[in-house]
Design a protein around this ligand. Structure first.
Ligand SMILES: Cc1cc2nc3c(=O)[nH]c(=O)nc-3n(C[C@H](O)[C@H](O)[C@H](O)COP(=O)(O)OP(=O)(O)OC[C@H]3O[C@@H](n4cnc5c(N)ncnc54)[C@H](O)[C@@H]3O)c2cc1C
Length: 379
């Protein structure tokens, strides 16, 4: 097989890295254990929301998220041009809403912090929020409008990425699980479940929440990624209900897509690889969503599911060379993998094509964990 780069995993991250590599003329093969784009990336909400999701302790990640959002419109155009498919990039903005006094106080703390960081956000009364989005609850106490927080349809995205990757000349092997990677500085390889050994010049592990399951990596090179379960409910928009903005309440968010889907999520549960949809999970989401957008009461529910977010120990992604020769990582994107798709793909392609680690991905080196775990570091 004539290939330079072997990517393990065909989710948004593996497909997008592959797409950026083949565009640059680097022969690339993706191995996907199931169907490409049907892992966590299919189960997400597609929000591109660095401003709403800014965390007090995660400013470095915020800067990275924000830069990826800046790159999203161009990236979307490239993927759409190569695939001939829409990714439904929507820029109406996001409303973060509070439905009682406690929530309003928490929202005010967030707003103060957002302002200190110079974010473009606006404090609104409940009435002003309803002028922007008539479907939020009449009794909301306050809201913050984040016009720069956008969204895509992640399901369309993965399908478009898959088409774009193959249209640019990439090779995709679906239903081909990789059991092990074989590190080597010159000719690293992967071993598939049916025993085939395929060598290339570089391996990229982009296997999301399953990245840690691969054999062949020494403990210092294994990515410390764990699953964090999120249950979701999908409804169908039926008139007169016509929500246009992403709405984030204290207990649930709603993301309306152009094809009529209204995606509502998400729980956050540490239960290993369990993906059971539970009555309690659905109840919490329905109650939380209904409090802030009461019109969902009449909508038909057409799907429920639970996805697994790939979380690293510090909740930031692992991007760049691992401790294993010839093996790079692009995993651990946790809550932000759709948002971080453009910057991950572009910077990983640059690393692979030029050998240079950019200042953007340097702070997210996978080796930050192996170094922290070394006896010298803990002494
Ligand atoms: C409920 C929920 C809501 C979310 N909402 C958002 C959101 O609004 N915005 C946002 O930015 N992010 C969101 N996320 C996070 C986002 O979905 C993830 O960060 C992102 O999808 C990770 O992409 P990935 O390509 O790494 O993983 P995946 O999409 O899981 O892709 C990994 C692929 O690797 C394949 N694979 C695994 N092991 C092997 C193997 N051994 N051999 C071959 N193939 C293998 C899998 O089958 C899979 O297709 C959400 C996540 C969840 C669960």
């Amino acid at each position: 097989m004539d290939t330079d780069v072997l990517i393990v995993g065909g989710g948004t991250i593996g497909l997008a890295i592959g797409f950026e590599l083949v565009r640059r003329g680097t022969p690339t093969t993706i191995f996907e254990k199931d169907r490409a784009g049907r892992g966590t990336s299919y189960q997400a909400a597609g929000m591109l929301a660095p401003d709403a999701e800014i965390e007090f302790e995660e400013l470095e990640l915020y800067t990275f998220n924000r830069e990826s959002l800046r790159r999203w419109p161009d990236f979307a155009k490239r993927v759409e041009a190569a695939s001939g498919q829409s990714v439904d990039y929507r820029d109406e903005g996001t409303l973060i809403v509070a439905d009682d006094r406690d929530a309003a106080e928490a929202l005010e703390r967030l707003y103060t912090f957002q302002q200190e960081q110079g974010l473009n956000v606006e404090w609104l009364t409940g009435e002003e929020a309803r002028e922007i989005e008539p479907f939020v609850a009449p009794r909301l106490s306050a809201a913050v409008f984040a016009p720069a927080d956008h969204q895509v349809d992640n399901r369309r995205l993965v399908d478009a990425l898959r088409t774009a990757f193959e249209a640019e000349g990439g090779t995709l092997h679906e239903h081909t699980p990789v059991d092990a990677v074989v590190p080597d500085a010159e000719a690293p390889a992967v071993r598939t479940a049916d025993g085939e050994r395929v060598a290339g010049k570089r391996i990229v592990v982009a296997a999301g929440v399953w990245s840690r399951e691969l054999d062949g990596l020494t403990p210092d090179a294994q990515p410390p990624v764990r699953p964090v379960k999120g249950q979701m409910i999908q409804m169908r928009r039926t008139r007169p209900f016509d929500l246009q903005h992403v709405v984030r309440g204290p207990e649930a968010y709603l993301a309306p897509k152009s094809d009529g889907r209204v995606v509502m999520g998400a729980t956050s549960e540490e239960l290993g690889f369990d993906t059971t949809v539970t009555a309690g999970g659905l109840f919490d989401l329905l109650e939380g969503g209904w409090e802030v957008v009461p019109g969902i009461r009449d909508l038909p529910v057409d799907e429920t599911w639970a996805g697994l977010r790939p979380a690293s120990r510090d909740h930031a992604p692992l991007l760049g060379e691992s401790a294993a020769p010839g093996v790079a990582m692009a995993t651990g994107h946790y809550r932000h993998g759709i948002l971080l798709t453009p910057i991950t793909a572009e910077e990983m392609a640059r690393l692979i094509c030029t050998g240079e680690t950019s200042e953007w991905i340097e702070p997210f080196s996978p080796q930050r964990f192996s170094l922290a775990d070394s006896p010298a570091a803990s002494a």
